[in-house]
Design a protein around this ligand. Structure first.
Ligand code: NAP
Length: 264
């Protein structure tokens, strides 16, 4: 297993979040000198559905609510299990079916093996031209063998898009969940890191890049979904904390071969 296994290495198997960290007020206190003020209510606030409330989904819920977005969040066990996160953040706990309702952005952040189990027609109630963010990574040890990826050679996000019946934008998949809370910096800060973003829909990709920049990170256009192997587990950019130039260089140095840790 690679040391960059963000999900399973003890180093980054984060959460529960340190008590108090990540609440909107605490975040504002911690970042009051280094983070720009959130956008004023009503200008850029969006309805965002988050499917998966674990390491990544939980921290995106924390930060996106702190920025003033209207977040509805779901997990596999039901909204009654999300009361602590809801109380902490002000997000609305919902069922998986309800999470995309009227959402302009839907984040799918579940283990890959759970993607085929998501309800069919999941995105039917979402806003027109909904943007879907896929944070997923394929770990055969966790997800079992996925033939579409291993035999057909689909990129992980192409496989997810096919399962969802909707194109996706690949983002956050190589980002340590804790970095979503701890590494946000204002635009222009010397230590602001960049995240690669891949997708076929240029408008959706732009929506995601703007959201990530609002969250406190630069972005790099990593191409379309068929190019997104460049940011999958085991690649140089996976888990990299670097600026725009560093991320571009790492994407360019990637090899399409899946390493032995990432095949079954
Ligand atoms: N951890 C990281 O640092 C990291 C970084 C980048 C990308 N990723 C990738 O992002 C994805 C999510 O990772 P994670 O670490 O956040 O996972 P996680 O902590 O294990 O959380 C997974 C979440 O998905 C929910 N879930 C599972 N099956 C579901 C289903 N059928 N319907 C609805 N919700 C379901 C779980 O709900 P329950 O708890 O109720 O079962 C849980 O809230 C993975 O593909 C991972 O590889 C992780």
């Amino acid at each position: 297993m690679s040391s960059l296994d963000l999900t399973h290495s003890g180093k980054v198997r984060n959460s529960p979040i340190r008590p108090g960290v990540g609440t909107p007020r605490r975040y504002a206190q911690q970042h009051s000198r280094s983070h720009p003020p959130p956008p004023s209510k009503g200008e850029q606030d969006m309805k965002i559905g988050i499917i998966g409330a674990g390491n990544i989904g939980g921290n995106l819920t924390r930060r996106l609510t702190a920025l003033g977005h209207d977040v509805q969040v779901a997990n596999s066990r039901g909204p009654q299990t999300l009361s602590a996160l809801a109380e902490e953040t002000g997000a609305t706990p919902v069922t998986v079916e309800e999470a995309p309702r009227d959402a302009e952005i839907v984040v799918v952040t579940v283990p890959l093996k759970a993607v085929p189990d998501l309800p069919s027609g999941l995105l039917d109630g979402a806003a027109d031209r909904v943007t879907v963010i896929d944070t997923g990574n394929y770990y055969p040890q966790r997800d079992g063998r996925i033939a579409g990826i291993e035999d057909e050679g689909l990129t992980e996000s192409r496989w997810t898009a096919r399962n969802l019946g909707h194109t996706v934008v690949k983002a956050f998949n190589g980002t340590y969940a804790q970095d979503i809370l701890d590494r946000a910096r204002p635009a222009g800060a010397p230590d602001r890191i960049a995240l690669p973003v891949a997708g076929d829909d240029a408008a959706a990709k732009q929506v995601v890049r703007a959201l990530i920049e609002e969250l406190g990170f630069d972005t790099v256009d990593a191409g379309g979904l068929d190019d997104s192997w460049r940011q999958q587990p085991g690649t140089p950019v996976y888990g990299l904390r670097a600026d725009v130039e560093g991320v571009r260089k790492a994407l360019a140095e990637a090899s399409p071969e899946r390493g032995p840790d990432f095949t079954a």
